[in-house]
Design a protein around this ligand. Structure first.
Ligand SMILES: O=C(O)c1ccccc1N[C@@H]1O[C@H](COP(=O)(O)O)[C@@H](O)[C@H]1O
Length: 204
């Protein structure tokens, strides 16, 4: 909660919460529900995002009916058809994350755009990685330069207050997403790092 308050005080535009058991940032749906409710009692307007990976319908129904985030971020290998189903099932605006290591990884993005509010482009994890994101890995940001997008998109992966200026310059991103770059240890958000990142990003 302290990190969320720090981010709100430093004018973050979104807050995200991870539901993925293998992650050091994992929150149960009950904990996420309580946290979302607590944050809404101090700030009713900041959009709150539940981050999930290849979710089953029963979990999505719990998100929709109990957790009630403003957005759901899909950070797995969901196909465009599955994203369409999730949009219809939840009626909650979606963010679809795409893993990128080369230009051709961007080709599929347009297939998702009819069903989502935002796209996200994150570094492709190594095959051996346990997590699909949150690894602090970046990709060649210049790949985004000529990407023709019909929906607004976030740049994610390996961002920090040190890298953000180059990331924005090279990618042309206007929306950024950060996780491990504002942590003092895996899963431990650091208010000073959050402030430093938001100051650096908003000064660009
Ligand atoms: O952070 C995690 O543990 C995680 C687990 C499962 C799916 C996504 C996850 N993180 C997301 O990955 C990107 C980039 O993170 P980073 O800045 O490179 O650490 C971001 O959207 C996280 O929310």
């Amino acid at each position: 909660m302290d990190a969320a308050i720090a981010a709100i005080n430093d004018s973050a535009d979104f807050l995200g919460f991870i539901h993925f058991a293998k992650s050091p940032r994992h929150l149960t749906l009950n904990t996420m529900k309580d946290l979302i409710s607590a944050i809404r009692s101090v700030n009713a307007t900041i959009p709150l995002v539940s981050v999930v990976v290849n979710p089953e319908n029963d979990m999505l129904e719990t998100l929709r009916d109990e957790v009630k985030p403003d957005l759901i971020q899909l950070h797995g290998k969901e196909t465009p058809q599955r994203v369409a189903e999730i949009a219809a099932l939840t009626n909650i605006p979606l963010i679809k994350a795409i893993s990128v290591s080369e230009k051709s990884d961007l080709d599929a993005a347009s297939l998702y755009e009819p069903y989502v509010e935002y796209m996200m482009f994150d570094a492709k994890p190594p095959k051996t990685a346990v997590l699909p994101g949150g690894l602090g890995l970046s990709f060649d940001w210049t790949l985004m330069r000529h990407h023709a997008a019909a929906k607004p998109w976030f740049l994610a992966g390996g961002l920090s207050s040190e890298t953000v200026a180059a990331a924005v310059k090279e990618s042309g991103a206007s929306m950024l997403d950060i996780s491990s770059g504002v942590e003092s240890a895996p899963g431990v958000k650091d208010s000073a790092l959050i402030s430093g990142f938001l100051r650096a990003a908003k000064s660009l």
